[in-house]
Design a binder for this molecule. Structure first.
Ligand SMILES: NC(=O)c1ccc[n+]([C@@H]2O[C@H](COP(=O)([O-])OP(=O)(O)OC[C@H]3O[C@@H](n4cnc5c(N)ncnc54)[C@H](OP(=O)(O)O)[C@@H]3O)[C@@H](O)[C@H]2O)c1
Length: 169
């Protein structure tokens, strides 16, 4: 619940890489539910518990690395772009692996923020509303979860480790 004195300070709160424990601690004390929690979510790392928690509490889950970019630029094994299951689903629809991964996020109500510096890829990454994945195809992507995080453990992201000074203008 907003208090009148809060209105000029903040309209909405967003958080990132908040796990269930962090969200629980926040909700125990904050008067405003975060609008969005930005999380590493792609077929190889699905974080179901925190996604469910977000859904239950009206927090939008927003996937970073939604097409598994981190599995290519930081991974050590097969990247999600080269995954044979995703490739087979993509071939069945005449789509790219990136489009299939983006399509997989949508039925679960997630926001997904793919990054590309290439106009052709950006256009392709937006063009994901002209096809649907069937239940078996969605389940096949669900089954790719490795439980292995590509980014840092949220607990390790401290001001000491990652903080940087913002110079005065
Ligand atoms: N909150 C956080 O902790 C956090 C952490 C990491 C990232 N993020 C944010 O999340 C967003 C996206 O995440 P991300 O960059 O890690 O991963 P991503 O969007 O899953 O993947 C980006 C990578 O995939 C390539 N790519 C894009 N579209 C493609 C396509 N259609 N086919 C093949 N390759 C494609 C890009 O290369 P090209 O650019 O060369 O196309 C780039 O190397 C960024 O805005 C980033 O700032 C947030």
């Amino acid at each position: 619940m907003w208090a009148a004195s809060d209105r000029s300070r903040v309209r909405a709160i967003g958080v990132s890489n908040f796990m269930v424990d962090h969200l629980t601690a926040l909700l125990d004390t904050a008067s405003v539910v975060p609008a969005v929690n930005q999380l590493e979510i792609h077929p190889y790392f699905q974080q179901r518990a925190v996604l469910d928690f977000g859904d239950e509490h009206g927090i939008i889950n927003q996937a970073w690395s939604p097409i598994g970019g981190i599995t290519r630029y930081r991974g050590t094994g097969t990247s999600a772009f080269d995954d044979p299951t995703i490739a087979a689903v993509a071939a069945a629809h005449g789509r790219t692996p990136a489009q299939v991964m983006l399509r997989w996020h949508l039925p679960q109500g997630r926001s997904a923020i793919p990054k590309s510096v290439r106009p052709r890829r950006i256009a392709g990454n937006v063009d994901v509303f002209g096809f649907d994945l069937g239940p078996d195809q969605l389940a096949a992507l669900d089954a790719l979860d490795t439980g292995r995080r590509g980014g840092p453990e949220p607990e390790d992201v401290t001001l000491q480790a990652y903080g940087r000074a913002i110079p005065e203008a």
